[in-house]
Design a protein around this ligand. Structure first.
Ligand code: PLP
Length: 352
């Protein structure tokens, strides 16, 4: 038939559902949301659910504005940061010049570029270290999007390197996807005051334990955010439901709970990386809640299936080819990661 679109979709990690499973395949948080979130949900007035939700998300914007030292017109809320990032492609990447992003990064960037007919160029990572090379982004382009820390490598680019990329590209929008910044060294949100071309996106799905509620936001100067609001209004003005706003606001207001849990996850991650090293794994230096790891004598696909048969779910990427022998393992609780180490140890004893 004529006029039917062919699409190669993004393939999210599976959502298996076993009572005894250890789920480490989609970088969800190991811990439940703050108890204050449950309290807020219990107090929410279900009788108001016959009304459409807020168009402005003012309550949640106020809480976020206070947290980051911004004005509410420097913030837009969406149905997960995936929605906000898709809006960024529609709002900012309309040049005929290619949008630049790393050759290995969040797989959705390429999917959106194709979906919205945005020309793009993938910039290879440094081949030995898997690092982003800032100077590769000093050339003509129609916009830049970088996940920082990057996924699935887990490696963080310094604030100074982001600053250089912003300064070299004053005429295009540079989107920094900080989905994992709470597990890293520093956010670049404070550079918004200095660089009119910077948009930073965050999600509630990882460090705020709310992947199930679908909330994300972007921050930038009011002019750019206004364009994002116009795209949102042209697509789905009510994309954030009433309960999501209630839950999200409670989460933002309980910073201390999340700071404690984030620190715990970073500790578990570093300990897990050390244990992997003792077993002969080579693990990239992660600033996220996952690690990308490889073993010189073990076949990653085989280990993946072995773990799966024991209801331990991790992520194996068939492409790009360089990831063929890597596994991406999200960081769970201390006891979950201790079990994973035991199971991997048994596997290695069997094959080596
Ligand atoms: C998880 C993730 C997102 C998407 O987050 P949602 O808010 O759940 O849509 C965006 N970017 C990166 C790099 C991620 O890992």
């Amino acid at each position: 038939m004529d006029g039917i679109r062919k699409i190669t979709p993004y393939i999210p990690g599976a959502q298996p559902d076993f009572e005894d499973m250890i789920k480490l395949n989609t970088n969800e948080n190991a811990y439940p949301p703050s108890p204050k979130v449950l309290e807020a949900l219990e107090k929410a007035d279900y009788r108001q659910l016959m009304r459409y939700p807020s168009l402005t998300n003012h309550e949640l914007k106020e809480a976020l504005a206070e947290t980051y030292g911004l004005q509410t017109d420097q913030l837009i809320i969406g149905n997960g940061s995936d929605e906000i990032l898709a809006f960024c492609f529609l709002a900012f990447f309309n040049s005929r010049k290619p949008v630049l992003f790393p050759g290995m990064t969040y797989g959705f960037y390429k999917v959106w570029a194709d979906l919205f007919h945005v020309p793009y160029q993938e910039i290879p990572l440094q081949s030995d270290t898997f690092e982003i090379v800032p100077t590769d982004y000093f050339k003509e382009n129609g916009g830049i999007i970088i996940a920082n820390p990057n996924a699935p490598t887990g490696i963080e680019l310094s604030k100074n390197d982001i600053r250089r990329i912003l300064a070299e590209n004053p005429d295009v929008v540079v989107v920094i996807d900080e989905a994992y910044c709470d597990y890293g060294d520093e956010s670049v949100v404070d550079l918004i005051a200095e660089y009119h071309n910077l948009v930073v996106t965050h999600t509630f799905s990882k460090s705020r334990s709310l992947a199930g509620i679908r909330l994300g936001y972007a921050m930038g100067n009011a002019k750019l955010i206004n364009v994002l609001e116009a795209v949102k209004s042209s697509f789905n003005p009510y994309s954030v439901d009433k309960l999501a706003e209630v839950v999200g606001t409670a989460a933002v207001e309980d910073q201390s709970y999340y700071q404690e849990k984030n620190a715990l996850i970073c500790q578990t991650r570093d300990r897990f990386s050390e244990e992997l090293a003792k077993l002969g794994f080579q693990t990239l230096p992660s600033k996220t809640n996952f690690v990308l790891t490889t073993h010189p004598q073990a076949d990653a696909a085989d280990l993946f299936r072995y773990l799966e048969s024991r209801h331990i779910f991790v992520r194996y990427f068939k492409s790009p080819a360089v990831l063929e022998n890597y596994l991406r393992i999200s960081i769970g609780t201390e006891s979950e990661m201790a079990t994973v180490i035991q199971v991997i140890q048994t596997y290695l004893q069997d094959i080596l």
